[in-house]
Design a protein around this ligand. Structure first.
Ligand code: LYS
Length: 255
């Protein structure tokens, strides 16, 4: 892809302009049907990952628990990351949980729930590679398209080449294969990669911090209210802490 920044900006602008079809199901509609339709990417371990036919991960389990506490069955949909908010705007599902950073641009197109975790974008490289923003000068960096990683890498001055990939795992593979000097991605995903690669890569500096939230279609206040209430309950009754401990060995809620 030649012009990742321009493409990303166009996508966001198009997204903000895309009129909702006005068919978003309200809380009353969803409650009546008994089933909530949730979309995720399914390619972002350990948050959401499709293993064979099984969809799992921290966000998948969290959303399943929230739906259960709301008395609903779940129907999951998986979509490439940069299609997720577009599908939401077209009312193809009720909400998205796919590690979206809450940004002003996205918040013009969709409404975000209270954050369900806090994280940051980190540099991962091979030993001896660039570990800081300054060290990225003159280097090539692999990132997933449509992400806050891309947005933030573009702000680092002097980067020689930003290589974009449809999937985060492809961007990681580019680093491993030596086709990029660094990969920028989620710090928790980075920790997993470092573990899996057993010393072949190391994690460097954080480029930015972000709050991650579920998204509903713009104006779907009744659904947003229920999601926030279920999340608040999970955060206070110990179920969130238990799930976070299972996946990360720590509590990843925003403090
Ligand atoms: N947190 C990043 C963002 O908001 C990426 C999330 C998912 C990447 N597969 O863009």
């Amino acid at each position: 892809m030649k012009r990742p920044l321009q493409t990303a900006l166009l996508t966001l602008t198009a997204l903000a302009l895309l009129a909702s079809t006005g068919q978003a199901r309200t809380w009353a509609d969803i409650k009546k049907s008994g089933t909530i339709k949730i979309a995720t990417e399914g390619a972002f371990p350990p948050f959401n990952v499709l293993k064979g036919k099984e969809l799992t991960g921290f966000e998948v389990e969290l959303a399943n628990e929230l739906a259960k506490s709301l008395g609903l069955k779940v129907q999951w949909v998986t979509q490439p990351f940069d299609n997720l908010l577009i599908g939401l705007k077209s009312d193809r599902y009720d909400f998205v949980i796919a590690s979206h950073g809450i940004t002003p641009e996205r918040a013009r197109a969709v409404d975000f729930a209270n954050p369900h975790y806090c994280t940051g974008g980190a540099i991962v490289t091979k030993p001896g590679g660039p570990m800081t923003a300054a060290a990225l000068s003159g280097k090539s960096v692999a990132v997933q398209v449509g992400t806050t990683y891309l947005e933030n890498v573009r702000k680092v001055s002097g980067v020689k080449d930003v290589k974009t990939f449809p999937k985060d795992t492809d961007a990681q593979a580019a680093l491993m294969a030596g086709r990029a000097d660094a990969w920028v991605g989620d710090k928790f995903t980075g920790i997993e990669l470092v573990k899996a690669q057993k010393g072949k890569v190391v994690q460097g500096a954080l480029l930015f911090n972000e709050r991650i939230g579920m998204a509903v279609n713009k104006g779907n206040a009744s659904l947003l209210k229920e999601l926030n209430a279920a999340l608040t309950k999970s955060l206070s009754d110990g179920s969130y802490a238990k799930l976070s401990g299972k996946y990360f060995g720590q509590d990843v809620r925003c403090k």
